[in-house]
Design a protein around this ligand. Structure first.
Ligand SMILES: *Cc1c(COP(=O)(O)O)cnc(C)c1O
Length: 432
């Protein structure tokens, strides 16, 4: 199986965290998001442990909540003693609603509104990641008005493109996020921040991409950022005390994917951090990391019920499911690939190749093409694997399809973390 928490029971049914998925589909209906809370928590602990092991505990894991955000997961993050990345009022509000410790929150975004900055400041968010000079000046103004001091980091573009296999200075300067290093833009922003009264510049942040399988770009990013910290110290006499190295660790979506262990990323980057700090003569900053997909992705699956099976001779077989781009828009967005199987025939061979289609009025509404799977009949339960990240959080109500619920599995027991939307929810905000 794709992840170690999945199995097959004596009935030949797929299990997640030891729980029969066919029973889950019966009890809660489909489509259904299932999250293995034990694996989610284990992933939080893995990252937390690596901070303890490699940085003497002088760091913080901030779960990037955009990958899967709801009150239950924010509560889990509190219990696991990790921090949280938020990138909107909605995500921040969700965290506030469960009493999240605000000093452990990083607030991101390339165009935060005045309302968002005010909400963050008034609740004392510990790290506001400032994206640009306009935002810096706006934040300073708002902070002055409400008599607060903003604790900030700058988002820096380290000039590393992790997706081209050439890890050096490339077109990465062409990004809507952050301040460029090589043009001097980031350095100017640091100078301005130091001069402003209502901001407290604590750190620098970078995030080089997502679903990255190589470790070198992370090592290189850490090196570039530490060199910048040394330059700031040497030329401005100012000490940057925090370094946020972002997220982006790759996960296994397909059997043939072979990402490094989380610990391997952390270990190798820590070697660079410790070595460079010594070589550059700077104190090692407090290290933040922001894993998202790597915490939630492998922990989730989606269950559907198969409807029509339509074979077009010599072309392909379409299997339609009772969900689609509304609960998983990642295929239509960027042809993301997933593994699927028939949950009630999990012990049978995958003898077919099919296109899993959604039920929306878009030809591109697919879960995947050419997917190996067992022979599918109408009424079968289809499981799509590793959907814990960027699925529920990216879901929509296109075609006025209600969003599926999220059920958490923990220690063999289940609970609803997000209720299924009802038709009443669909018309809730309509005015006639
Ligand atoms: C999306 C994002 C992350 C998490 O990325 P993953 O690839 O899901 O680990 C971390 N930090 C920032 C700033 C992000 O935008």
């Amino acid at each position: 199986m794709l992840t170690e928490n999945l199995g097959v029971n004596s009935a030949g049914h797929l299990t997640i965290g030891g729980v029969d998925t066919v029973n889950l589909a019966k009890e809660y209906g489909t489509p259904l998001y299932v999250m293995d809370e034990d694996l989610l928590r284990a992933n939080c602990r893995k990252f937390k442990k690596s901070i303890d092991d490699y940085y003497d505990g002088e760091g913080l894991v901030c779960y990037a909540s955009k990958v899967f955000c709801c009150r239950a997961v924010c509560k889990i993050a509190i219990e696991e003693k990790i921090g949280l990345d938020v990138a909107s009022e909605g995500e921040l509000y969700t965290a506030i609603s469960v009493g999240f410790p605000m000093d452990k929150i990083c607030f991101h975004g390339n165009n935060k509104t005045d309302d968002e900055l005010t909400l963050a400041l008034s609740h004392g968010v510990g790290h506001i990641i400032v994206d640009n000079i306009t935002e810096l000046e706006r934040l300073d103004r708002i902070a002055r008005k409400i008599h607060k001091k903003a604790n900030i980091m700058f988002r820096v573009k380290p000039g590393i493109d992790a997706h081209t296999h050439s890890f050096i200075q490339t077109g990465q300067i062409d990004s809507k996020f952050g301040l460029a290093l090589e043009t001097g833009e980031a350095f100017e922003a640091v100078k301005t921040a130091i001069s402003l009264e209502n901001v407290n510049l604590k750190g620098l942040h970078c995030h080089i991409g997502s679903q990255i399988f190589e470790i070198e770009p992370f090592e290189l990013a850490a090196k570039v950022m530490l060199e910048f910290i040394a330059k700031i110290k040497n030329e401005l006499g100012f000490e940057i005390r925090e370094l946020d190295l972002g997220g982006g660790f790759g996960i296994k979506y397909l059997e043939e994917h072979n990402p490094p262990e989380y610990d391997e990323y952390m270990k190798r980057v820590s070697v660079v951090v410790n070595r460079e700090c010594k070589a550059l003569g700077i104190n090692r900053p407090f290290i933040l990391i922001e894993p998202g997909r790597s915490i939630a992705g492998p922990a989730g699956i989606t269950l559907y019920t198969a409807g029509a099976v339509k074979t077009i001779p010599n072309i392909r077989t379409y299997v339609s499911v009772n969900g689609g781009m509304t609960d998983n828009p990642r295929y239509i967005l960027y042809q993301a690939e997933y593994e699927a199987l028939v949950a009630n025939k999990a012990n049978e061979e995958k003898t077919e190749r099919v296109t899993l289609a959604g039920k929306c009025c878009e030809s591109g509404d697919l879960i995947g093409e050419n997917m190996p799977i067992q022979k599918v009949e109408p009424g079968d339960i289809i499981a799509v694997l590793a959907t814990g990240a960027y699925n529920y959080s990216m879901s929509s109500n296109y075609n006025r399809v209600p969003k599926p619920p999220v059920v958490m599995v923990k220690g063999g027991k289940t609970r609803v973390a997000v209720k299924r939307e009802t038709l009443e929810d669909i018309i809730r905000n309509d005015v006639v």
